[in-house]
Design a protein around this ligand. Sequence first.
Ligand SMILES: C[S@@+](CC[C@H](N)C(=O)[O-])C[C@H]1O[C@@H](n2cnc3c(N)ncnc32)[C@H](O)[C@@H]1O
Length: 359
Amino acid sequence: MEATKSPVKKDEEQENEKEEAKAQVEIWNCVFGFVKMAAVKCAIELGIAEAIENNGCPMTLSELSTALNCSPSNLQRVMRFLVHYQIFKEKPTSQNSIAFEQTPLSRRLLKQGNNSMAAFILLESSPVMLAPWHCLSGRVLANGSSAFDSAHGKDVWAYAAADSAHSKLINDAMACNARVAVPALIESCPEVFDGIGRLVDVGGGNGTALKLLVKSFPWMKGINFDLPHVVCDNERCNGVEQVGGDMFQSVPMADAAFFMQVLHDWDDDECIQILKNCRKVIPQDKGKVIIVETIIEAEERDDKFEFVRLMLDMAMMAHTSKGKERSLKEWEYVLRQAGFSRYSVKPIHAVQSVIEAFP
Ligand SMILES: C[S@@+](CC[C@H](N)C(=O)[O-])C[C@H]1O[C@@H](n2cnc3c(N)ncnc32)[C@H](O)[C@@H]1O
């Protein structure tokens, strides 16, 4: 006589089957995980989004391949992939043909524009930034060494100082993030900038963030502070002074210091040293530091960026010597050790949150 299975066992078996089926698909997604990035990079290099945008309306394969001087059959394969990935959309034409049209995602592949992330994709998919990923396990091992150093023999900032093309790639990529995060900051919490006469952007890159801030808060003067090889190439802008230096030595005097995506490049002791240098130069009564950074593992938050934040943490592991994304508890530790007595956190519509810390 056949034994009847208990309902619990049957449920368990069904659950296992579902997990097996999911794993069978997911493992292929892992095998070819890099293909999405490669195809998107290819689309940016070919200028597919630009061609459709400049055309003013959707383009057929034949129009697109003529405009881009591409082999129609190869371009069709790339477009099929990018449509499946929902970067571009297909639209039937009146001549019973199919045309490709832009989506909010494909517009982010345009090289210009406030939403453009093209430069960020070109940075992350560059051979220089991909090489350290091959050394990631080396960093995780006990006594392991920095992945970027293992790949290139120096850290990312020394590499950029010696290679102006890579330095430009980094600065252009960071500017993409600034053009998205700073408007979100201005919209969500403009009060953060009330009463600030001079704001120093520490590690301000090419000054994109500060330019947007002084434009929105015209009572404020800005100092864009970064390594000398970065600021010497920066465009001049009214209301923004460019100062070169090393934040580990000192920071220019200001009412408030601003950091965006800088402290995550460094370990706790390094952050404490940088923040102590800021404390020395801001007024002890009403000075502050404004930190625009990722906060991971925030329990009360349920937004779609959490996996992005964890990917950023992996990128910090690959691209910096000791940098990391931090939980609120880890931020609190760094701020307290640097001598800040209180802080507040404000979420914005971005990957990052805003932390204000007071002496
Ligand atoms: C990840 S980028 C962030 C740029 C900018 N804050 C943004 O979000 O667009 C980090 C910046 O820190 C700068 N940096 C690195 N080491 C530095 C140092 N010792 N002193 C000053 N700036 C430094 C880099 O040159 C780079 O521009």
